[in-house]
Design a protein around this ligand. Sequence first.
Ligand code: DC
Length: 218
Amino acid sequence: MQIAIDGPASAGKSTIAKLVAKQLNFIYCDTGAMYRAVTLMAKKNGVAYGDEKQIIELMKKYQINFKNETDGQKVFLNDEDVSEQIRSVDITNNVSEVSALKQVREDLVKQQQQIASEKSVVMDGRDIGTTVLPNADVKIFMIASVHERAVRRFKEYEAKGVSVSLEKLETEIAERDYKDSHRLISPLKKADDAIELDTTGLSIDEVVLRVINIIKNN
Ligand code: DC
């Protein structure tokens, strides 16, 4: 079974997708983490974020793997745990440029389709329902207001001891929404057959319950 969860940054996709996958005993695939891992490859090797040719060469040298550990799912680049590094402010601010590269997308989409062909999956991203898994059993398009998403990011950064203003986060989120929805290849877009779920003002438990109900009633 394939559950696709798409939506803009910080709408709650990964938090919810992880919990839903756990309840259903499905695997969870965080496709945003894969684009972040490719961005990190470029950074580590001093390759410009727009240099598609060099980035494709790097992708041949690195394998992106997910491993489930007791404290959650970890992301590995070859043997290195990069789960923290891919969430840095620098990677977050540059991942839109890398994720707009055509060949990078083609390569990662193939990897994502391979993962989904092996086991029942909850996959989250921007183009899962439209491009990666167009025949997914359930498609959810998760949204929340820019303010609410900025507050969520603010709390995440605060917990990490990173200080950043709420206004700056609102501007960054709005910019990333614009870039993600206006890029030429696989822009962020609600699939025609996706169910829209607005998580503004809802608790995590409430959203999980709604998603499970959508899946059950499908
Ligand atoms: O969900 P996230 O913030 O970790 O995603 C990081 C970036 O990757 C985001 O700016 C958009 C991009 N992305 C994408 O283009 N396609 C996906 N399927 C997932 C993420």
